[in-house]
Design a protein around this ligand. Structure first.
Ligand code: CO
Length: 142
């Protein structure tokens, strides 16, 4: 009679152990999710790789799908940048915090543009006030 009890006990241990192991695996997959979140941050960092247009004096940036094109841009002093909204939603272009330049557009409807001529060297980070996750950085060089 003892052997069946041992077998049942063994099964219980296996089941409980299995639940524990799968809980650990779930934990690991959560960790993986966090890691993949981290790597998608890396991907967005890649997406915002610097666009060097310091050889131009006019730069056009589309605002599309709730994002600024050329979101990490390098230009030279004297360059005029024109943002054009291609979305149905209204967006603007406003300097975040202390930037080298004070960008301050109206809310742009679809098809509307905002132009700004950069006269100072330095870095300006800007955002869209209604959607502050929309950001861009412009590094102005001499
Ligand atoms: Co916006």
């Amino acid at each position: 009679m003892k052997q069946p009890i041992m077998i049942v006990a063994g099964i219980v241990v296996l089941v409980v152990g299995g639940i524990f192991v799968s809980a650990q695996l779930n934990k690991d997959s959560d960790t993986d999710k966090m890691h993949s979140g981290g790597s998608s941050n890396t991907a967005s960092a890649d997406k915002s790789a610097v666009t060097d247009l310091s050889a131009q004096t006019e730069v056009a940036i589309n605002i599309q799908d709730f994002a600024y094109e050329k979101a990490n841009l390098k230009i030279k002093v004297g360059t005029t940048v024109t943002w054009t909204n291609q979305d149905d939603a209204r967006h603007n272009v406003v300097t975040e915090g202390e930037g080298a330049e004070k960008l301050a557009s109206e809310l742009l409807a679809k098809g509307e543009s905002y132009s700004f001529t950069f006269t100072k060297a330095g870095t300006t980070t800007y955002l869209c006030e209604p959607h502050p996750y929309m950001k861009g950085t412009i590094n102005v060089v001499e």
